[in-house]
Write a protein that binds this ligand. Structure first.
Ligand code: NAD
Ligand code: UDP
Ligand code: UDP
Length: 325
């Protein structure tokens, strides 16, 4: 609709969350009219407080499982709790958020003819039997386990995106996001990077689940947001799904040792049971992102961890209130 104007009207669902707040910041800085929609389940106003005075930023409290009528040119659909602790808190609501949320945002895109981006996930690959994972791999997902509300909800959302494209000719962009970290991760969300950093800074034991030999690939948030914006700007025939993540692969034990080293912490490492269905290894094949988006991550793990440690250090030192759930 408004594509030739410099300023686009852009809706970001889940915009007060970790990734959403960085995306809003980037889109506001580029001069777009940004509408952030969030129900504050895991997001916080504090994450976007620095944008509140911007004339081109608006914030609405709204749950995407209910219809939303606004006029927009682009939609980034990020609303969904992302950490296992949060998405397993109310699993039925998690599935509703992914599925009903996708239907409502796709209905909105259909009515306004907006371009729509879906924050999908590497979890659609489940506990993968192919390594690293390419977009062609169909995944190995348990449909009835404790992670299924998230994994299957996201898989169904992808299905809806491609059916709306086939049935209604919508312009869709699906990104499969791999583990991402950085400032504004929720300090209590249970994800490994935030857990280890907070534990190290507090001098508490570093909790490795299982023997720590499982692997993950960690992408710094700024790199990820660059990938989002590039994908949204692609021609209409580029739909994805496309992997966005950092292919550098580390064991969880290596991550623990790196965090201890970088914080100078005296924390010791303790072992706790491995959660059910915890994937053993995960690393994106980002060949397609390189070819289609000209994108590769630029921020090295230690540089990204340094920025994240600085953030949590400030949060823990400065405001006990903000650090609470
Ligand atoms: P987050 O929990 O910080 O952000 C999610 C946001 O969505 C929060 O602000 C939350 O309040 C909001 N939300 C949840 N349910 C909602 C609902 N029903 N209506 C409106 N808002 C709702 O998580 P994040 O890490 O920023 O993740 C953002 C998106 O990226 C999610 O869709 C997630 O599945 C996806 N993703 C993230 C990662 C990662 O490593 N961070 C990896 C893969 C996929
Ligand atoms: N919807 C919305 N905002 C809009 C248009 C639609 O939230 O601007 C919701 C609407 O409530 C509907 C869903 O999106 O439940 C799917 O819309 P679609 O037009 O695809 O389906 P239909 O309305 O025909 O069921
Ligand atoms: N993990 C861990 N200690 C923690 C938190 C997580 O050893 O305090 C492990 C977890 O079992 C998993 C990996 O770190 O193998 C990544 O977990 P996270 O919840 O961050 O993401 P996901 O499992 O969704 O990739």
């Amino acid at each position: 609709m408004n594509e030739n104007l410099v300023s686009k009207r852009i809706l970001v669902t889940g915009g007060a969350g970790f990734l959403g707040s960085h995306l809003c910041e980037r889109l506001v800085a580029e001069g777009n009219d940004v509408l952030c929609v969030d129900n504050y389940f895991t997001g916080r106003r504090a994450n976007v407080a620095h944008l509140m005075d911007a004339p081109n930023f608006d914030l609405i409290r709204h749950d995407v499982t209910f219809p939303l009528y606004v006029e927009v040119d682009e939609i980034y659909n990020l609303a969904c709790p992302a950490s296992p602790v949060h998405y397993q808190f109310d699993p039925v609501q998690t599935t509703k958020t992914s599925v009903h949320g996708a239907i409502n945002m796709l209905g909105l895109a259909k009515r306004t003819r907006a371009k729509i981006f879906q924050a999908s996930t590497s979890e659609v690959y489940g506990d993968p039997s192919q390594h690293p994972q390419t977009e062609e791999y169909w995944g190995n997902v348990n449909p009835v386990g404790p992670r299924s509300c998230y994994d299957e909800g996201k898989r169904c959302a992808e299905t809806l995106f491609f059916d709306y494209r086939r049935q209604h000719d919508l312009r869709v962009k699906v990104a499969r996001i791999f583990n991402t970290y950085g400032p504004r991760m929720h300090p209590n969300d249970g994800r490994v990077v935030s857990n280890f950093i907070v534990q190290a800074l507090k001098g508490e034991p570093i909790t490795i689940y299982g023997d720590g030999s499982q692997t993950r690939s960690f992408c710094y948030v700024d790199d990820l947001i660059e990938g989002f914006v590039r994908l949204m700007a692609t021609p209409d025939d580029v739909t994805g799904p496309i992997n966005i993540g950092n292919p550098g692969e580390f064991t969880i034990r290596q991550l623990a040792e790196t965090v201890i080293d970088m914080t100078g912490s005296r924390s010791r490492i303790v072992s706790l049971p491995l959660p059910e269905n915890d994937p053993k290894q995960r690393r994106p094949d980002i060949t397609k992102a390189g070819e289609v988006l000209g994108w590769t991550p630029a921020v090295d793990l230690r540089i990204g961890l340094r920025r994240t440690i600085t953030y949590f250090d400030g949060l823990l030192a400065g405001s006990k209130t903000e650090a609470s759930p």
